[in-house]
Design a protein around this ligand. Structure first.
Ligand SMILES: C[S@@+](CC[C@H](N)C(=O)[O-])C[C@H]1O[C@@H](n2cnc3c(N)ncnc32)[C@H](O)[C@@H]1O
Ligand SMILES: Nc1nc2[nH]cc(C(=O)O)c2c(=O)[nH]1
Ligand code: SF4
Ligand SMILES: [Mg+2]
Length: 193
């Protein structure tokens, strides 16, 4: 759908330069999704893998974030192999609703109520990033934290439109439950892509 070189705004890798590949197509249907224009894959042009790799490596950074849409609706073996061969680190942003394919250096799973994550994807997550839209999401976060690995980093990120209301609750929750960390969509505050 789009490609851009920016700073990873969220989660464990916040602040690091990364080239974003946003793949069109998602059927998860989050009511608060901040890229609804990504949902219809047919609305976006097809781009060859070689073209994506060339664009990604035309910058000094070698971290590539594959996001969407829901990137795991595609078999990502060929794309991630080509990126690795070009010397890139492959990071994924996924809801975990589809089987994991591809070679990954960092897996961020952000599970959704609208389409449940697969247990085997949760188990492989380096990072669990829960979007907090209302109070019930703290309990929901703990249910998913019970399904990830021992070393998975745990993040609570406010849903953008609810951030003013939810942020104080998130701060209190992290102070009481320090296994969790705060994640903010810092690129939105910085007004960068
Ligand atoms: C647009 S999604 C694309 C990747 C994948 N479909 C997913 O949901 O993880 C990228 C990240 O943005 C988060 N996100 C989407 N809309 C958001 C919003 N309104 N507020 C906060 N985070 C949001 C998602 O939870 C996910 O972690
Ligand atoms: N800067 C920046 N960081 C991000 N981290 C995850 C994003 C995404 O939409 O997947 C995103 C994004 O859209 N921009
Ligand atoms: S899974 Fe990701 S891309 Fe799909 S609707 Fe939800 S936030 Fe948007
Ligand atoms: Mg985004």
């Amino acid at each position: 759908m789009e490609q851009f070189y920016t700073i990873q705004g969220e989660g464990y890798n916040t602040g690091r330069a990364a080239y974003f590949l946003r793949l069109g197509g998602c059927d998860v249907g989050c009511v608060w999704c901040d890229v609804k224009e990504s949902w219809d894959a047919e609305a976006h042009p097809r781009v060859a893998i070689a073209e994506m790799v060339a664009a990604a490596t035309a910058h000094p950074g070698r971290n590539v974030v594959i996001t969407g849409g829901e990137p795991l609706m595609y078999d990502l073996t060929q794309l991630t192999t080509a990126l690795h061969e070009a010397g890139c680190q492959n990071w994924i942003e996924t809801s975990g609703a589809y089987p994991l394919s591809g070679q990954w250096d960092w897996i961020c799973v952000s599970p959704k109520k609208f389409k449940a994550p697969l247990p085997e994807v949760l188990r492989q997550a380096h990072e669990l990033k829960i979007i907090v839209f209302n109070k019930s999401d703290f309990q929901w976060a703990e249910q998913h934290a019970a399904l990830v690995g021992e070393h998975t980093r745990l993040y609570l990120q406010p849903e953008w439109s609810k951030a003013p209301q939810m942020m104080p609750l998130i701060v209190d929750y992290v102070k009481e439950n320090p296994r969790w960390q705060v994640s903010l969509q810092t690129h939105k505050y910085l007004d960068i892509p």
